[in-house]
Design a protein around this ligand. Structure first.
Ligand code: ADP
Length: 164
């Protein structure tokens, strides 16, 4: 079909937060299909395995019928082309995100001019939220129920039990 716009929302999602879900929801109303693509980067050791991150994201997006979850390795734009996507979505929380995102999006445009990066801002209550803050708070035993869905907390608790 002509004008069917497929968008990729890439990230580490270690773990998914309400900030990510906010962006996914906004994107799902704008594009015909949104693929949430988990970066499976062998050089990075995430807290949650790819399988755990995939399961948590699948549960997060099950209410959106045009959103799917996948993973990729290597060059993002190559993956986007393979998926026939013309848009990459990134979230912008604060000015501090800008420099890195600016560099990435111009680099991606240089490699694949047919793909456009679009930035979206979450609800302001999520602008300070990121996955590493959530990981740290969970390790310290703080209540993170305002930041992540319950199944993220459950997955973390199961993990802790395994290592104890
Ligand atoms: P990365 O490792 O690529 O930064 P993340 O999993 O941290 O991946 O985030 C994926 C995308 O979601 C990035 O564009 C990031 O800016 C955005 N993002 C992360 N947290 C939030 C949030 N609280 N609100 C809006 N966007 C966010």
């Amino acid at each position: 079909m002509k004008n069917r716009i497929i968008a990729i929302y890439p990230g580490t999602f270690d773990p998914v937060t309400y900030g990510h879900i906010d962006i996914i929801e906004r994107a799902s109303t704008l594009f015909n299909k949104v693929i949430v693509a988990i970066a499976n980067n062998p050089a990075k050791i995430p807290l949650f395995t790819l399988k755990e991150r995939t399961n948590m994201l699948r549960l997060s997006v099950e209410k959106f019928d045009n959103v799917e979850v996948d993973s990729f390795q290597g060059l993002l734009v190559k993956y986007a082309i393979k998926k026939s996507a013309s848009v990459i979505i990134r979230g912008l929380r604060a000015v501090s995100d800008f420099e890195y995102e600016f560099q990435m999006s111009l680099t991606n445009r240089k490699i694949a001019p047919e793909i456009t990066t679009i930035f979206m801002m979450p609800n302001e209550k999520y602008t300070y939220l990121n996955s590493s803050l959530v990981r740290e708070l969970m390790h310290l035993g703080a209540d993170v129920s305002d930041f992540v869905p319950d199944f993220v907390i459950e997955t973390f608790k199961k993990k802790l039990k395994k290592f104890r």
